[in-house]
Design a binder for this molecule. Structure first.
Ligand SMILES: O=P(O)(O)OC[C@H]1O[C@H](OP(=O)(O)OP(=O)(O)O)[C@H](O)[C@@H]1O
Ligand SMILES: Nc1nc2[nH]cnc2c(=O)[nH]1
Length: 205
């Protein structure tokens, strides 16, 4: 049986708050791209903590990527599928894409498990920004991607990330934990029971 960890809304909030300090110091993002569904809530919380006096809120754009599905009898633990499915993407021809060119773009997701989803997101976004920049004659402008996740699982990864992201301190995981199944509050059917389970845990995330 897979070990489960229950994470509360308050814990997510505080993880975002703590990480925001480093994100502001190291990345100075102009824009966030949330990987839905799990990246939406962290991105929104993070936006409040990334707001600096006198500057507008950092915009959040969304992409939808799906790899996992519920297959077994356990309604909480899901299994990875074989390929990443795009459920939502940026419009290549629109402002959405040209807005990324020359910017510091922070990709936000809740969990880095096998790294398949993050590899896909970074590779495809880099590719599309490069095409858009070329089409607009803006290839000289450097677009920098960085990554924030709430949880990174310390395990052998299937996906890889560009060297400049990993080695350039452009990857931040608020918490690194062993290979357990994490239950997030937004997935809970009974949030009171979820919070009770979280309170009973010996290890707090
Ligand atoms: O590191 P990986 O092994 O790729 O797993 C991480 C991804 O898995 C989950 O998405 P999921 O496919 O469950 O889609 P969802 O967020 O819409 O539920 C999660 O939100 C991450 O995006
Ligand atoms: N909720 C949830 N989704 C995941 N997707 C990949 N790993 C996980 C996990 O541990 N928890």
């Amino acid at each position: 049986m897979v070990q489960k960890v229950y994470v509360t809304y308050n814990q997510v909030h505080k993880l975002c708050q703590e990480a925001a300090v480093t994100i502001l110091n190291e990345f100075k993002p102009n824009l966030m791209i949330a990987i839905g569904g799990g990246g939406y809530v962290p991105a929104r919380i993070l936006r409040s903590f990334l707001k600096t006096p006198g500057s507008p809120n950092i915009p959040i754009q969304a992409i939808g990527l799906s790899l996992y599905e519920s297959l077994g009898t356990d309604t909480e633990v899901e299994e990875p599928g074989t390929k990443v499915t795009r459920t939502q993407w940026l419009d290549l021809s629109s402002l959405e894409m040209s807005n990324l060119i020359g910017k510091n773009v922070l990709i936000v997701d809740e969990v880095d498990d096998t790294r398949t989803t993050l590899e896909y997101a970074v590779r495809e976004l880099q590719k599309d920004v490069e095409i858009a920049a070329k089409n607009l004659g803006r290839s000289a402008e450097e677009t920098k991607f960085s990554i924030f996740v709430l949880h990174n699982k310390d395990k052998e990864k299937k996906g890889t990330l560009p060297k400049d992201v990993l080695e350039g301190n452009r990857y931040i995981a608020a918490v690194t934990l062993p290979d357990v199944w994490i239950n997030y509050p937004w997935e809970a059917v009974d949030i009171d029971e979820h919070d009770r389970q979280a309170a009973q845990q010996t290890v707090q995330q």
